[in-house]
Design a protein around this ligand. Structure first.
Ligand code: PEP
Length: 257
């Protein structure tokens, strides 16, 4: 089954809503440049909550070929959860994707697999597509336990998920030691874990489902290293942090061939 590559830019906690407008406009012009063809790839931006309305307005007004999403979502739909953002609110803003379990949420906010599973379910409950982030830290990698560790996170984050929803989920393999460090995984490292993720999906559900799920790599992806990572059979795109703040660089990443 052909999987449409997804290039998702994670802006993290950068850019206010004015800056977001400029970046999306520049990105849109770059993607419209007739010299390059982006039709075979989906480009998306995961923006701070406060930028969503600006991005939505631009995407709708200019009919941009750009999807957008949030970097987190509440496990609850409404109520006394001060500071949380509900999937209902995100759905009203035209959001397609929500990142769940990014390593920075796991590390700084103590998010565990059970909470990730609840967020995955909450996203699907409102028609949003979760990008479930998994990946090992340096100590686990040094111990050679990256596959077992990452698959345990995967299984935990998908716990209780129906086949119908699992068929739509996006998985991002992001080795923590490669995020924001400039130290990218080798293509073989990325393939080892992304391939194991696909195999695990086949075990948890079935082979047909596993063939259709997009598995992204994330961790210091740049225009200079994306092609070799994308050449791996089980890598279907990239979750891009720092480099997605530069629209020209991000567009180059999106046309990785
Ligand atoms: C990320 O934030 O998910 C990420 C991969 O960041 P960077 O590309 O900067 O390593």
């Amino acid at each position: 089954m052909a999987r449409t590559p997804l290039m998702a830019g994670n802006w993290k906690m950068n850019l206010d809503h004015h800056q977001a407008t400029h970046l999306v406009q520049k990105l849109a012009w770059t993607l419209k440049d007739a010299k390059h063809d982006y039709s075979a790839v989906e480009v998306s931006v995961l923006v701070p909550f406060t930028d969503l309305r600006s991005v939505q307005t631009l995407v709708d007004a200019d009919k941009l070929e750009l999807s957008y999403g949030a970097q987190d979502v509440s496990a609850h739909t409404e109520g006394a959860y001060t500071g949380e953002i509900s999937p209902v609110m995100l759905a009203k803003l035209g959001v397609t994707y929500v990142a769940v379990g990014h390593s920075e949420r796991r590390q700084y906010h103590g998010e565990d697999d059970a909470l990730c599973a609840a967020k995955v379910a909450s996203a699907f409950g409102q028609g949003l597509i979760p990008i479930l982030c998994v990946g090992e830290g340096l100590d686990i990698r040094k111990a050679g336990e990256q596959v077992a560790y990452t698959l345990a996170q995967l299984e935990g984050g998908l716990a209780g998920l129906s086949r119908e929803h699992a068929a739509q989920v996006v998985i991002a393999y992001e080795p923590v030691w490669a995020i924001g460090t400039g130290e990218v995984a080798t293509p073989e490292d990325a393939q080892e874990v992304c391939g194991a993720i696909r195999q695990k999906l086949a075990e948890l559900y079935d082979a047909e489902l596993a063939e259709g799920v997009r598995v992204l790599y994330g961790g210091s992806v740049k225009s200079g290293n994306v092609a070799s990572i994308m050449s791996q059979p089980d890598v279907d795109g990239a979750l891009v942090g720092g480099a997605s703040l530069d629209p020209e660089e991000f567009a180059k990443i999106a046309r990785y061939q």
